[in-house]
Design a protein around this ligand. Structure first.
Ligand SMILES: Nc1ncnc2c1ncn2[C@@H]1O[C@H](COP(=O)(O)OP(=O)(O)O)[C@@H](O)[C@H]1O
Ligand SMILES: [Mg+2]
Length: 263
């Protein structure tokens, strides 16, 4: 009998093995335990613990200063920390940032790092260079995917990235990181300061990641997008996780929202 394989995602050249090859009781992809982080003498994370399962979108919520960005930086090897950060069963605590990135962890910092004197297309090419040897040349994403997701980037592909608007720079940073073909992407406040129309685009972008089974750790302060697309929500306060649950259970928990989220 001829085998008919439905082509759900036509451009996915390298289907992600993790979802199908794993045993039913899947182990977390990212597992964080008793994480402490420091800026010099200042101790800002106090025993953070959570995990992210393959294909899961987890929102990391909290007020400004609660420690969300520091958590991201600790995972990415960008801040001094102690504790356990496990990535696919391997302890990566204290690894150098470039090593972590090459293991399939993508990171979009708050600062929207782009190379301002390079064109949009060149910035995307640099993202592609960050791929692990394993996925080089056969990553899940290509330039066309990026330009279809954000047509504005196609229009501006030969423009120097430094002259783009804030929203366009955010799109470019998201796409550049995705070109590195991460299995999990940590995105720090992607909608901060953006116009509602662009926020909507970022929301659609996150949905696309979910459709392709990429895990996402989404750092946000506002609940709107995070609650709409997340499988699970974490709330941080004073450098610890103070709540873990489904978006619905967070919606229902007026105390947590008032105490740790509302401004
Ligand atoms: N580079 C830094 N040096 C010293 N303290 C910092 C630095 N970055 C952040 N902090 C402090 O660490 C705490 C957590 O900050 P951060 O992780 O940026 O919070 P969030 O991302 O949730 O707003 C805050 O008290 C902040 O002032
Ligand atoms: Mg932050």
């Amino acid at each position: 009998m001829p085998q008919v394989v439905p082509q759900v995602v036509p451009r996915m050249v390298h289907p992600r093995p993790l979802l199908t090859d794993r045993p039913a009781e899947s182990t977390p992809m990212l597992k964080i335990n008793d994480l402490h982080a420091f800026y010099g003498k200042s101790h800002v994370l106090h025993g953070v613990h959570f995990d992210v399962q393959p294909g899961e979108i987890v929102a990391l919520l909290g007020r400004n200063g609660s420690g969300r960005s520091t958590t991201a930086k600790a995972i990415m090897g960008l801040v001094e920390c102690t504790g356990h950060i496990e990535w696919n069963g391997q302890n990566i605590t204290g690894r150098k940032a470039y090593e972590v990135a090459h293991m399939g962890l993508g990171y979009v910092p708050e600062s929207r790092d782009i190379f301002p004197s390079l064109t949009v297309h060149q910035n995307l090419m640099l993202g592609e260079k960050g791929r692990t040897a394993k996925s080089r040349g056969k990553g899940r994403w290509n330039f066309e995917d990026m330009y279809l997701m954000f047509p504005r980037l196609r229009e501006r592909q030969h423009t120097e990235a430094g002259v783009l608007s804030g929203g366009e720079q955010q799109m470019l940073t998201l796409c550049r990181t995705l070109m590195g073909d991460p299995d999990l992407i940590i995105i720090d406040e992607p909608t901060e300061g953006l116009a509602p129309k662009i926020v909507e685009l970022v929301g659609e972008f996150l949905q696309k990641l979910k459709q392709r089974g990429i895990s996402v750790l989404l750092i946000e302060q506002k609940l709107t997008i995070a609650m709409a697309i997340s499988d699970r929500a974490l709330v941080m306060g004073h450098g610890s996780i103070v709540f873990q649950g489904t978006p619905d259970s967070l919606r229902a928990d007026a105390y947590i929202r008032k105490e740790w989220l509302e401004v």
